[in-house]
Design a protein around this ligand. Structure first.
Ligand SMILES: Cc1ncc(COP(=O)(O)O)c(C=O)c1O
Length: 384
């Protein structure tokens, strides 16, 4: 008899009327009118060459062949150049950042090692780390004192001799907190001094006002996770990668999953996405930053509600509702009826998930205005 494994995992609440999370996601997915503010995806791209590159690849029937297993060299070079990590770094292209996160935790952690993560955070990483290491220490960071982020001091306080991996999500899903250059340098020193690895998940990097890479300061101790799902708007194509020094990438090569390579059409789109980036990135950043303001104006009208990190450096933010007495899940369900998909906090936090609703706002501004209106209606309808 086989029974489900008991790894750390997100407490996914299933909205009323659905039997499984999959059934729920299928429902939101198949409704073309649904406004997608629940997955930090990006719906702001227009015809800028990305879709065209993928269509061209399909027309040529590229998909009949397997691609080079680690990714097209052109794409690998483009990502390294995008990060400014051209000297002394290598990259593997994978099916999203997710596959890279799995490979890194699998490769780095031995059965006695532990991992430090943050709560709130992106809980699938805790799950992966708990599969391969001894345990995960998820440090509570939902407070002003630490700036709503895992700080170098908090890591020092929480690490022990078996700590091997520290997960830095930067900017942080769900709060949008981000690191300064000094903090990143401090993390780099910490990693070097203690011979540990920093798993630097930079999935939301391009939404940030300012961003720094651990890999620039502690190259031997950094694994950088790259994604095409957010700024590039390609979540459904499932493409990303991991960057590290040759020793690290060589070690990852020994445990690959997708031995036959990553989706060819996605790779063609990804190449076009990086090549065209400077034509569209300012527009997308300006729109998301403007959209944040609309949400803030609505939240400010609600007594007891607040946005812990504002402005957010990601394309998402948390709205804390605890003092209003309104449950985030109830708001999420109310909004779903209005065809707005958002996420209650339990998806990204075990300790604080009952406090906040997470919303992403890389959607057209008219949709954010509609959200703001419906959010205020929800508060009125649900207040105790
Ligand atoms: C912090 C973080 N890392 C990774 C991912 C997943 O990235 P990908 O779609 O590239 O697998 C997400 C998705 O929301 C995320 O929030």
């Amino acid at each position: 008899m086989i029974s489900p494994k008991k790894y750390a995992k997100a407490a996914k609440m299933i909205p009323k009327g659905f039997k499984t999370a999959n059934e729920f996601f299928n429902y939101v997915y198949t409704d073309d009118e649904m406004i997608w503010m629940g997955q930090n995806t990006n719906h702001l791209h227009d015809e800028n060459g990305i879709m065209e590159a993928m269509l061209e690849s399909i027309k040529k029937r590229d998909y009949c062949k397997y691609p080079p297993s680690e990714g097209f060299p052109e794409l690998k070079e483009l990502v390294l150049k995008d990060l400014g990590l051209t000297d002394g770094f290598e990259i593997l292209i994978t099916a999203g950042g997710t596959e890279s996160l799995y490979l890194c935790t699998n490769d780095i952690l031995g059965p006695e090692d532990n991992t430090i993560t943050s709560d709130p955070g992106y809980l699938i990483i805790d799950n992966f780390a708990s599969r391969f290491g001894d345990h995960v220490k998820s440090v509570p960071i939902y407070n002003k004192k630490c700036g709503y982020k895992l700080t170098p001091d908090l890591v020092r306080e929480n690490m022990d001799k078996n700590t091997k991996l520290v997960v830095l999500i930067d900017p942080l899903n769900p709060l949008g907190s981000c690191y300064t250059k000094e903090e990143i340098k401090d993390f780099a020193d910490l990693a070097e001094d203690n011979d540990i690895y920093m798993l630097h998940d930079i999935t939301y990097r391009d939404f940030a006002r300012d961003h720094h890479l651990v890999a620039d300061y502690a190259p031997e101790h950094a694994l950088t996770i790259y994604s095409f799902s957010k700024i590039y708007g390609m979540a459904g194509m499932r493409i990303g990668g991991v960057v590290g020094v040759p020793d690290v990438i060589n070690s990852l090569r020994s445990i690959v999953i997708n031995d036959l390579g990553t989706n060819i059409v996605a790779q063609r789109g990804a190449i076009a996405a990086i090549k065209t980036k400077n034509q569209w990135i300012d527009r997308i950043r300006n729109t998301t930053r403007g959209n944040q303001k609309i949400i803030k104006q609505a939240v400010d009208q609600v007594e007891g509600a607040f946005i812990p990190v504002y402005p957010s450096d990601g394309n998402m933010m948390a709205i804390d509702l605890y003092d209003t007495g309104i449950k985030p899940l109830d708001v999420a369900e109310y909004l779903l009826d209005k065809k707005i998909f958002t996420r209650e906090g339990s998806y990204t936090s075990k300790l604080f998930g009952h406090r906040y609703l997470r919303v992403s706002y890389s959607v057209p501004t008219k949709d954010v205005e509609y959200f703001a209106k419906c959010f205020l209606e929800a508060v009125e309808a649900l207040k105790p």
